[in-house]
Structure formats: structure tokens, C-alpha cells
Design a binder for this molecule. Structure first.
Ligand SMILES: [Ca+2]
Length: 574
């Protein structure tokens, strides 16, 4: 979009008093930007598959002093929402639209409808594209996951550097080994890990720090730091795991109770909201077998979040070192709730440890192409199955449903569902120059779509109506800047659809369904843990919200689940 203008050239143009600079493709730069030095840097940090109550400042026991410090110097939103899953969240976060509107109504496959192409479309713009037009430098470190094209030499038109980012280090695909991630990429070139000590969470943080350090101070920057932690596989460094040894020997029932107590004390949840019962598929801790194995899975999970927090600390430290901390807006959130998938953890251990396996080490420059490698770079088999002790590179399992149930304390369900356990995320906002309240909570409901609107507002940017000849859909979200001052956010409603799970929230009311079940109605002011279904008592409210949902779904191109490809209109997969 702005490629023909170097950043330096652009700033010079603004500096000589151009009243409105029309850039090829997108929006014009308003005169008000000339000489502006108060526009903040924006650092948008996201965790992957992390529950509502995992970090310290939301009631968790995991050691997250750096996130807690951001919360202590800024704000915590208690009713902020994502879209319940990796791809749709990233599409929504980046574009300020609902995921279907951006072409990512599901995951990275083309289902034959424009709302389900598995690729960002040309009717949306990314935050990076918008802020770049406003004179920002734009960087990204971490997981992209909004294109179906992930191969080294495939179509790259939807990779970060083609969607507004000046510099990129990270992964195009959505999951992989932390020691050897598939689709690891610098700018537009796929690469191999640069050292034997490579660990992806650290690499993401280190590259983010480098981008900030090397940024020249003449204009503000936007950086999107999309950690993959603590998404499966449970991979963490020995020194981080050691910190949590024995911490979970009290089990998941005790963990849920202690977290819930702290959340009430902090004001994150109301005492009148009863904690949901333990998931019916999860045994009481006292009856659990293989306790050491279960404990280890949660120890590694905690270590992954701990390491992420250390990375946040290094990013904050670099902002302070370069004198930018005061006027930088930092956001932290998660892309979906705790994940109950038992990836790799069922069945016997494979390959069988009692049978020798001879494998070749990978070549020095050989790219990792597997989400789940079969072999470590140095030639050891990668094992899955019940009893595998996670952490190192030769393992590949998830932390599982019992701990996900704890991660989402006190809510119901998980990643994938749009009950509160699937879609509730912490949102920390820190910006000393603008946010004067320290350590306060904000209870205004908000959604990922609001981040674009907030960035546009804070950066005094102009959201385009047209880009590269295509009409751009209007932003769906609302700026959070009024909420920073504790004013209400005016909006009609917030909507969700993911794999047939549907919801709409208007004020205190939430209408929600779990595919293929019917509608449930909850009063979230009285019952945010969704235990008392009021659908039969308030049929008129059900009808009103259902009509609103159906109107939204039609407007956004939502299809009935499962989405079947139309007979015509098929496209080739890339
Ligand atoms: Ca995720």
C-alpha cells in the first residue's frame, strides 16, 4: 500500500507542510498528523490458548510479575471477549471486523463461501495497514495464522509483510514445536532455528525487543507480539518447569477453589456468581490416577506462561531503556479460553520406548514442515501418548481437560465454545501518558473488534473506506478510550459464531447455544457463570436476541454448521 514511499520520505513530506497526502490505494493522511509527537507507540501482546484465571493479576498462581506490573500501573478489563479460537480471533483482532467478514469464518480451509475462504480478504484492512498509512512503523513477532498458504514457496500475498508489516519474525502456521516450529519465517523467507538453544517464546520476545531497539525515534510504531504459549504442545525450559515442581500436587479441585477465592477478593468476579461444577468428564482429584503425570502437565503449562511473562518483561524493559514507556499503549490479551483438547495424550506411548528407533538428524538447513515433528533436529523420536512427561523437544502432548477446566475458573466450557469459558480473556491496558487510573478494573464489556477502533483513535489515524480499489467494510468495534476514563461504551450488541456455537450479548443479557443444542438465556449481571438458564422464563427476550443474532449472521455471511461446500463456487485449495 505505502510501498512506494519510504517511511523517511513520508515523514519529510509531512514535515514540509503537505495538507493532505493521498497515498496510492488507501486513505489520506490528515493535516493534523504533521508535527504530532503525542501519538503513542502501540504494543499489542497476545497469548495463545490461555484461560481467564491463569495470570496473577486475574487470580492465577502462575508467577507473572511483569503482566501484574502492567495491570498495577494500568487497567484490567473483566468482561473482554475473543472469538473462541485461534484463526477467527486473529482475523478479527487484526481487522476490527467479525471473522466471517474478513474471510476467516472458520479455520484455514476454503469452504467455498466468501466468509469461509481461510484467507484474509480484500474487503478488510489490518491494524498494521491502517497505522502504516498514518505514518507508523509496523512490526510483528509471533504467530500469524490468517492465511491458508503456509508453504515456503507458496502464495505469500496474505503474509504479514504483504498485510502492512514492515518487519516480521514468526510463524505463518498455527501450532508447532517450540524448539523447531514449522513455517518459521523472517519477513518473507522461511528459516531454521538459529541456535541449539532456540525456544520459540524467547525468540518471539527477543525479536520484538530488537524491533523496538532498532526503531528510529522519528515516528511512532505499532508492534504485534503474538506468543504461541501456552498452546500445545507442552514445551518449556527446565529452569522454568522447576519453579512449579510440586505446585499442583493439591490437584485441580483445590486449584479451582483457590483461584476463585482470589478472583473474588480482587473484584475480577462477583461473589454471587457460583463457581461452575467440575467438568463432568473430569474425575475428582482424589480419584485421579497417574497424578505425577497430570501434575507435570500443569507444571509445564505454568512454566510456558511464566516464560511468556519474562518476555513481556524484556519488552517493557526495552521500552523503558529507549524512553518510550510513558507514551506507549500496551495491550495484553488471549486469543481464546483454556483448551480441553487431549492432543497427543491418549493411547499408548508412540513410538514404543522399549523398541529402538533409528532416526537421522535433520539437515542443518532443512526446514521443519511438520506441525508435529516425528524427529527432533538431533535425531531423537518425538513421543506422544498417555504417560509422556512433557517439556522437552522429544515430547508432544497437551495439558488436557482437567487443567483447562481450572484455567477457565469459574466459567463453563473451553476454547471452541462461546460460553464464557471459551471467549473470556484478560485485557490489560497500560498507557501512563493517557491512563491515569492505576490498578483499577473496568467492567465494560468489550471485544477484539474494539482493538482496531482503539488503535485508530489513539493513533489519530483514518480508517479507510477503500483500499487498492476495493471497498473496505466499516469497523465493527468501538474505541476503548472512553472506557479508560471509566465511561460506558455505547453499542448495540456483541455477536459470536464458531462451528455452530452461537451467542449474542446485549447489556446484561446473553443468548447462547452449544451446537447442535438450543438457545440458553443468561443474566450475566446476576449469573456470569451461566448456571441458571432463563430461556423459559423470558421467551420474549429469547425471541428478541435470536432475531438480532439472525440478522447479524445474515449480514456477516455466517453459514449453518457444518458448512458444506456449494456445488458451484468451489475454489482450488492452495
Ligand atoms: Ca488459540
Amino acid at each position: 500500500m505505502i510501498d512506494v514511499y519510504s517511511r523517511r520520505g513520508f515523514m519529510k513530506a509531512v514535515g514540509v507542510g503537505v495538507t493532505a497526502l493521498m497515498l496510492p490505494g488507501c486513505a489520506s493522511i490528515p493535516q493534523s498528523l504533521a508535527g504530532k509527537n503525542k501519538r503513542p507507540n502501540i504494543v499489542l501482546i497476545m497469548a495463545d490458548d490461555m484461560g481467564f484465571s491463569d495470570i496473577g493479576c486475574y487470580g492465577g498462581e502462575i508467577h507473572t510479575p511483569n503482566l501484574d506490573a502492567l495491570a498495577g500501573g494500568g487497567l484490567r478489563f473483566t468482561q473482554f471477549y475473543n472469538t473462541a479460537r485461534c484463526c477467527p480471533t486473529r482475523a478479527s483482532l487484526m481487522t476490527g471486523l467479525y471473522p466471517h467478514q474478513a474471510g476467516v469464518g472458520h479455520m484455514m480451509d476454503d469452504k467455498g463461501y466468501d466468509a469461509y475462504r481461510g484467507d484474509l480478504n480484500n474487503r478488510c484492512v489490518t491494524i498494521a495497514e491502517v497505522l502504516k498509512q498514518a505514518g507508523y512503523s509496523t512490526y510483528m513477532a509471533g504467530k500469524w495464522h490468517v492465511t491458508r498458504s503456509v508453504t515456503p514457496d507458496g502464495d505469500k500475498h496474505n503474509w504479514p509483510c504483504q498485510r502492512g508489516f514492515d518487519r516480521f519474525f514468526g510463524t505463518i502456521h498455527g501450532a508447532g514445536s517450540y524448539y523447531d516450529p514449522n513455517s518459521l519465517t523472517r519477513d518473507n523467507t522461511q528459516i531454521v532455528p538459529d541456535s541449539e538453544n532456540f525456544y520459540y517464546t524467547n525468540a518471539i520476545a527477543d525479536n520484538a525487543v530488537t524491533f523496538i531497539r532498532e526503531h528510529t525515534p522519528e515516528n511512532p510504531f505499532f508492534i504485534y507480539v503474538a506468543f504461541t504459549a501456552p498452546h500445545w504442545p507442552m514445551h518449556a525450559l527446565p529452569q522454568d518447569i522447576a519453579k512449579y515442581k510440586g505446585r499442583y500436587d493439591g490437584g485441580w479441585d483445590a486449584l479451582r477453589a483457590e483461584r476463585h477465592k482470589r478472583m473474588i477478593e480482587m473484584g475480577i468476579v462477583k461473589s454471587q456468581w457460583k463457581i461452575t461444577p467440575r467438568d463432568s468428564a473430569v474425575p475428582p482429584w482424589s480419584e485421579a490416577e497417574d497424578k505425577q503425570w497430570f501434575e507435570r502437565r500443569m507444571e509445564v503449562y505454568a512454566a510456558m506462561v511464566d516464560c511468556l511473562d519474562q518476555g513481556v518483561g524484556r519488552i517493557v524493559s526495552e521500552l523503558k531503556k529507549t524512553g518510550r514507556f510513558e507514551n506507549t499503549l500496551v495491550f495484553f490479551l488471549a486469543d481464546n479460553g483454556g483448551c480441553a483438547e487431549e492432543y497427543g495424550s491418549n493411547g499408548p506411548i508412540k513410538p514404543d520406548p522399549s523398541e529402538p528407533v533409528v532416526l537421522q538428524p535433520m539437515g542443518k538447513d532443512e526446514l521443519q514442515t511438520r506441525m508435529q515433528p516425528t524427529v527432533t533436529r538431533d535425531g531423537r523420536p518425538v513421543r506422544t501418548g498417555h504417560g509422556v512427561m512433557p517439556g522437552p523437544a522429544d515430547t508432544y502432548i497437551a495439558y488436557g481437560k482437567p487443567w483447562a477446566n481450572s484455567s477457565n475458573t469459574p466459567f463453563r466450557l473451553y476454547k471452541h465454545w462461546v460460553h464464557e469459558g471459551g471467549i473470556s480473556t484478560p485485557l490489560i491496558a497500560h498507557w501512563p501518558a493517557q491512563i491515569k487510573a492505576h490498578g483499577k478494573l473496568r467492567h465494560q464489556p468489550g471485544h477484539l473488534i474494539d482493538i482496531m477502533a482503539t488503535c485508530v483513535d489513539a493513533a489519530q489515524a483514518k480508517y479507510p473506506t477503500e483500499c487498492k480499489g476495493s471497498a473496505i467494510k466499516p469497523m465493527e468495534g468501538k474505541s476503548l478510550l472512553p472506557a479508560f476514563d471509566n465511561k460506558p461504551i455505547e453499542r448495540e450488541a456483541i455477536y459470536w459464531e464458531h462451528e455452530g456455537n452461537r451467542a449474542v450479548r446485549q447489556g446484561k443479557w446473553k443468548l447462547v447455544s452449544r451446537h447442535p443444542g438450543g438457545w440458553e438465556l443468561y443474566d450475566l449481571e446476576a449469573d456470569r457463570t451461566e448456571l441458571a438458564n432463563l430461556a423459559e422464563e423470558h421467551p420474549e427476550k429469547v425471541e428478541q436476541l435470536k432475531t438480532m443474532y439472525e440478522s447479524w449472521a445474515a449480514r456477516c455471511g455466517v453459514q449453518p454448521w457444518p458448512v458444506n461446500k456449494p456445488a458451484q463456487n468451489k475454489r482450488k485449495k492452495t
